[in-house]
Design a protein around this ligand. Sequence first.
Ligand SMILES: *Cc1c(COP(=O)(O)O)cnc(C)c1O
Length: 449
Amino acid sequence: MSTWIEQDSAHCLHPFTNFKSLNAKGSRIITKAEGVYIYDEDGNKILDGMAGLWCVNLGYSSQPLIDAATEQLKQLPYYNLFFQTTHPPAVELSTLLAEITPEGMNHVFFTGSGSECNDTVLRMVRHYWASKGKASKQTVISRHNAYHGSTMAGASLGGMKFMHAQGGLPLPNIVHIDQPYHFGEGQGQDVNEFGLERARQLEAKILELGEDNVAAFIAEPIQGAGGVIIPPDSYWPEIQRICDKYEILLIVDEVICGFGRTGEWFASQAFNIKPDLMCMAKGITSGYLPLGGVMVRDHVAKVLTDADTEFAHGFTYSGHPAACAVAIANIKEMQRLNVVNQVREEIAPYFAQRWGELADHPLVGQARCKGLVGAIELVADKQTNQRFDKDLDVGTRCREHCFNAGVVLRAVGDSMICSPPLIISKDEIDQLVTKAKQALDNTLADVKS
Ligand SMILES: *Cc1c(COP(=O)(O)O)cnc(C)c1O
């Protein structure tokens, strides 16, 4: 074992990791990256089908982002937005975000991450209703198997049972309805019927709690960490109708979907959703530096800016100047390269075609995608979509075969998921699919033996 692996086991506690089993295997040491590829310490070149953690949208070699960070660190490496101060990168980024986000969203609250965005929205919606004299509107409705981050509020808003179990979550006044996961929970049912049924659970929950007690509904347009769950077409229009009818704020968590992932700047545009608050992180800087932001629709911002009370919330790194400078460079570079159109018109259709071929593999029950995010479902029986025994851990095995074949895909249970950099070429998509097929073959051989 290399010294790095030994020191890592000895001193570093990794996120979302079973420490014991990691230490038995040892970490993979990633030493450099270029374009859509990462390299490990043995010099293996691996195509990053996950864009890091869904964030490296412009790939690993974007010089304008590197320059923006460097220049800003020289000019003003740190200052904050507290106590009547600000700085040019935060001002310019706020203005730019108001331009590129959906119409009617003109204010942003900066954070350092997606989790902090969700902590922010939880407090902001309650402060909003209290400021409007409706302090009883406290409860936020979310969904089982949602992912909204790992802080106490993020994990509570999220619907991951294994996370709730560690830490006595969710926090009070956060409740969950079922997710629109047709392959997993609606087999045999008409897709759009199923979508409507799941959306109408929101209405039932509002009526059960009483609309005077409900502050907001929160959801990812496409669930990411839950397994790239693309809702039926019927789902979002019905959710929108229900939020409008009961005057429930709609919080859309665009941390993964924002900044081009679905072939629009924001998935809210792709699904025709009208969010009141929108969480952004990850792709906002292509992951080069940590940054998040909550976009706030005008009618909500007005209540907040008219209120006499202070919004007692904020982070040391809210609007960090270097992170803001990188975000500005990232947005400008996306505009210069016309990335969003390129994804929508050229790359996503090609990805859909090639990724879709994986459905022919004997292990695969379904291949689905939207824009540049996709999933395949591994099944024991292709005819019935019967799953493998959980103890076989087929997803994790497939993930390891992927890495060994030279491509990073992630496993969520027995769903393999993919979210490559938006600058991936057709040739690189071919490589991705070839490597994924090889990994599937190896996984099949593995489970047969
Ligand atoms: C990753 C993610 C988060 C959390 O973001 P962090 O920056 O890891 O705190 C929140 N929401 C969604 C949808 C995410 O994918």
